[in-house]
Design a protein around this ligand. Structure first.
Ligand code: DNO
Ligand code: MN
Length: 356
């Protein structure tokens, strides 16, 4: 397991790389060019500048999260071919720069969805929260206004203002797109890009939908074990893989995340490990990594990776906001650092057992 940490770039993150350096066992920075719009071809100079900055601080740049997919690709519009060409060129350039894994998602309109970014937990810390009744009862415009009220300083990936400007048109367009259409559009995309990824030494790793079910009537397909199997079979190649996110899949009680890991271990180049507490009414809140604190058995998750000899990349994904830290929602320093130490604690004990 190669430990990494997501970082949003200089001047765009409350955390510095010198701070990340002090978290035990972190070798790589998970990065992106966050100011570029979905569908744009990434300029080589920008890639090389980011690489130089991250490497100067002693980290590798093996994992990019995300290269976002333009909505026209997900919608299957004729203009998709132009955006797929740009995507291919970006994959090639990232391969030349030494990148090994590209995380992306195929969620229509919204990336991850929450109703509250700073919901208080029993211990006084705050965390990302999803109240199902709110999402079931408000319209998407209201949700966007709610999310936007948290984004004053740093824009949140997945909730970029330019993407959301066209919300009305997007919802109109997706009325024509069924789940099966979305599958066909994903297949078209993968058949085009996976050969380019193979030739570039890159593994594509799709991120599951968060939460893993339809919201606002939009189709969502990367939601459970069966659908992940279907996705992997669309193009049967090691370069067509999964970002296994325990928090996203774990926010539905129907998913047994450790079982999903055991089933698809050889197709998981990138692990997002975090815990989430799911309530009977479908609400969920992000918690500490500790198994006891949430509904996901993180100890068993790490065990599932360990018994499969996992050599891929992992990151703690989101954390709570602790000790008054001012940071991007879910992306503070402290709780992610604590999470990493929990993951190493479990991993190192398993290593010790194995070598006994
Ligand atoms: C939530 C996060 C996601 C992820 C994107 C990747 O679990 O990991 O928001 O960054 O979906 O495209
Ligand atoms: Mn994730």
């Amino acid at each position: 397991m190669k430990m990494t940490f997501r970082w949003y770039g200089q001047g765009n993150d409350s955390v510095t790389l010198d701070q990340v350096r002090q978290i035990p066992g972190v070798e790589g920075i998970v990065w992106s060019l966050h100011d570029l719009a979905a569908g744009e071809e990434w300029p080589m100079e920008r890639i090389m500048a980011e690489k130089a900055y991250i490497e100067k601080h002693g980290f590798h740049i093996d994992v990019v999260e995300s290269v976002n997919v333009h909505e026209d690709i997900k919608l299957g519009h004729p203009s998709r071919d132009k955006y797929i060409e740009n995507y291919k060129r970006t994959i090639e350039k990232l391969g030349q720069a030494g990148v090994k894994v590209i995380c992306y998602n195929f969620m229509p309109v919204f990336d991850w969805t929450r109703t509250d970014m700073f919901k208080e937990l029993e211990d006084g810390s705050t965390a990302l929260f999803f109240e199902k009744a709110i999402v079931d009862n408000i319209d998407p415009f209201e949700l966007v206004r709610r999310m936007a009220s948290y984004t004053s300083e740093l824009t949140m990936p997945g909730w970029e203002p330019e993407r959301l400007q066209h919300l009305g048109e997007l919802f109109e367009a997706y009325k024509q797109v069924s789940e099966e259409d979305l599958w066909a559009n994903l297949q078209y995309f993968l058949q085009e890009i996976v050969p380019v990824a193979e030739a570039s030494g890159i593994k594509m790793a799709i991120h599951p939908d968060d939460p893993p079910y339809s919201i606002f009537g939009l189709p969502r397909i990367i939601t459970n074990k069966e659908n992940i199997g279907r996705m992997l079979n669309l193009v049967d190649s090691p370069s067509n893989g999964l970002t296994m996110c325990t928090g996203s899949l774990g926010s539905s009680r129907d998913n047994d995340v450790a079982d999903i890991i055991r089933t698809y271990a050889d197709r998981i180049p990138f692990a997002h490990i975090r815990n989430v507490r799911v309530y009977d009414n479908g609400d969920f809140i992000e918690t500490s990594h500790r198994s006891k604190d949430g509904s996901v058995d993180i100890t068993d998750v790490v065990k599932a990776y360990h018994e499969n000899g996992f050599t891929g990349y992992a990151r703690p994904d989101h954390g709570r906001h602790l000790w008054g830290e001012k940071c991007r929602p879910g992306y503070g320093l402290y709780d992610r650092a604590l999470g990493i130490m929990y993951l190493w604690g479990v991993w190192d004990s398993l290593e010790r057992e194995k070598n006994r």
